[in-house]
Every structure is written in structure tokens, then in C-alpha cells.
Design a protein around this ligand. Structure first.
Ligand code: ADP
Length: 277
């Protein structure tokens, strides 16, 4: 080596080391910022929760008293709907912050998915129909036994159905729940298809990301924080399942498919086994 060559090599090595140090610094900063964001969201959720709980208690008391006239009854309705909406946003915010910090545990028990799905449907059917949409439902003839957390599974179904209604202005929301495969590889499949605004292909993969919203003015006006589908994906995975979205593109409707592993026949609770055959 010529001395000048050696010096140049040492210089470029030093430059590389410097670049590496800078990159590490930036990564540390990003990790720290991410941590502070999670902390802030958790704090925000808690701070909003208490006043909201007080408002909801007060509304409950007013409701029991009964409205004075129809105008007041209408106001009660508005306050109640909007507070519920706010409460769901806050719950979602707290949930997602707990989940990202690994603080959510499932309370699993053997349950019939078809039954818990029907419970969700009874609540959501009026909401879908109130938007002038047709709801088509196909449920299995036999129970679908799996080991899951009933509340969380209902949350998964509610979020997907709610979205189908929210992002569809006219037409049909069709829902299908069925079993695929047998024994060890049996899984429950839930398909929710709508004739709504659809999702452009380049945005499909991202819809499950936290705070993701397919960003158009049309869609922004529908509210929401872009948390629902992140919760759906995390909760589905915690049940050992998967979720996928497809769409023909803008204006072509969307389809969400959730797959969840079913219980092996020998693990179905004995008292209910007769129904499962
Ligand atoms: P949001 O609170 O915005 O609804 P989600 O996490 O539930 O948050 O959904 C993320 C984004 O995915 C939505 O903002 C919307 O752009 C898109 N999306 C979800 N479901 C549908 C659907 N059925 N049709 C069209 N777009 C949808």
C-alpha cells in the first residue's frame, strides 16, 4: 500500500463508521419517539375516559326521567348516539395502546362461533338497515366450536360489519359464515362482502396498519381513527387465525375474509357434542 492509499482507506472507513453511528442514533430516536407516542395515546385514552364516563352516567339518569317533549327526545337521541360513538373511539384507543404494549390477554373458552356471530348480527342488523342497505346472511346449520374470547370475537365481527355499512352508500352487505376443511385442519370462515366505495389495490395491504385510512375527502367525512382493522388483525392472530381484504378497486365494493381454527372434535365440550355432529 501507498501511504496515500492507506490514508484514503482509513478515511472512508471512518466515514462509514460515522454514517453507521448516525443511523443508530436515528433508530434510537425513532424507537424513543414511538414509545412516547404509545405513552401519549394511553394517557389520552385515560384522560378522556373519566369525563366521558361521568357524561354517560348523567345521560342515563336523564333518560330514566324521560324527555319533556319530542324535541327534547330528539336531543337525547343525538347526545346518546354521539357519546356512544365517542366512547367506542376511546375504548378502541385504549385497546390498541394496551395491545401494542402486549397488555391484552384473551379469556378463552370453548364457544359456538355461529351463536356469538348471531348476537352481533342482532345488534348490527338495525344499523345496516337504517342506512338503507340490504343485509344478506348465510349461517351454518351446525355449531362452529372454537376456543376463543367471546367479547373479542364479537369485537372482530362488529368492526368488520360496521365498516361494511359505513363505507357502503347503497346496495348490499352479504355475510357468510361456514366451515372449511375437517378435523385437525377445520376452520371457520367469515366472509363479509359489500357493494361500497371499495379500496384501491395499492392501499389494500395497508388497511390493517395502525391509523391507516384510505385518504379521500369522501372517506374522511365518515369518521373513525383507523384503529378498528388493526384491532381486528391483532385479535384474529391472537386466536391463531388470519384476515384478508380484497376489492375490485374504487367503487367496486370490498370483501373481508376472516379464518379461525376450529376445535378438534375430541375437545368439543361433551354436553354440546351431540349438536356438533
Ligand atoms: P376507520 O376508523 O377509519 O374505519 P379501520 O381501521 O376500521 O378505521 O379501517 C381503516 C380504513 O380501511 C378505513 O379508513 C377505510 O379507508 C378502509 N376500509 C375499511 N373497511 C372498508 C370497507 N368495507 N370498504 C371500503 N374501505 C374500507
Amino acid at each position: 500500500y501507498e501511504p496515500s492509499e492507506l490514508i484514503a482507506t482509513v478515511r472512508s472507513l471512518l466515514r462509514l463508521r460515522h454514517a453507521e453511528q448516525q443511523a443508530r442514533l436515528r433508530t434510537d430516536q425513532l424507537i424513543e419517539m414511538d414509545r412516547r407516542k404509545d405513552e401519549f395515546l394511553a394517557m389520552l385514552g385515560h384522560e378522556l375516559r373519566n369525563p366521558l364516563a361521568a357524561i354517560m352516567t348523567a345521560i342515563g339518569i336523564l333518560e330514566r326521567k324521560g324527555p319533556v317533549d319530542t324535541k327534547e327526545a330528539r336531543m337525547h337521541g343525538i347526545i346518546q348516539r354521539q357519546t356512544h360513538h365517542l366512547a367506542r373511539l376511546v375504548d378502541d384507543l385504549l385497546d390498541v395502546s394496551r395491545i401494542t404494549r402486549g397488555k391484552v390477554e384473551l379469556r378463552k373458552e370453548p364457544l359456538d362461533l355461529a351463536e356469538s356471530f348471531q348476537q352481533v348480527l342482532s345488534i348490527l342488523r338495525p344499523r345496516v338497515e337504517a342506512r338503507g342497505l340490504k343485509l344478506e346472511v348465510r349461517l351454518p346449520q351446525t355449531p362452529l366450536w372454537l376456543e376463543g374470547d367471546a367479547t373479542r370475537l364479537e369485537q372482530i365481527f362488529t368492526n368488520i360489519l360496521d365498516n361494511a355499512a359505513k363505507y357502503t352508500d347503497q346496495g348490499t352487505v352479504s355475510v357468510e359464515l361456514f366451515q372449511e376443511g375437517v378435523d385437525g385442519s377445520a376452520q371457520a370462515v367469515l366472509r363479509v362482502k359489500d357493494t361500497g366505495i371499495g379500496i384501491p389495490p395499492e392501499k389494500l395491504a395497508g388497511v390493517f396498519d395502525l391509523f391507516a385510512q384510505v385518504d379521500t375527502s369522501l372517506e374522511r367525512s365518515r369518521g373513525g381513527l383507523g384503529i378498528g382493522l388493526t384491532l381486528v388483525r391483532t385479535l384474529v392472530r391472537m386466536h391463531g387465525g388470519s384476515v384478508e381484504a380484497t376489492s375490485g378497486g374504487y367503487g367496486e365494493g370490498s370483501e373481508f375474509v376472516v379464518k379461525l381454527p376450529l376445535l378438534a372434535p375430541e375437545r368439543i365440550p361433551l354436553l354440546n357434542a351431540a349438536n356438533a355432529v
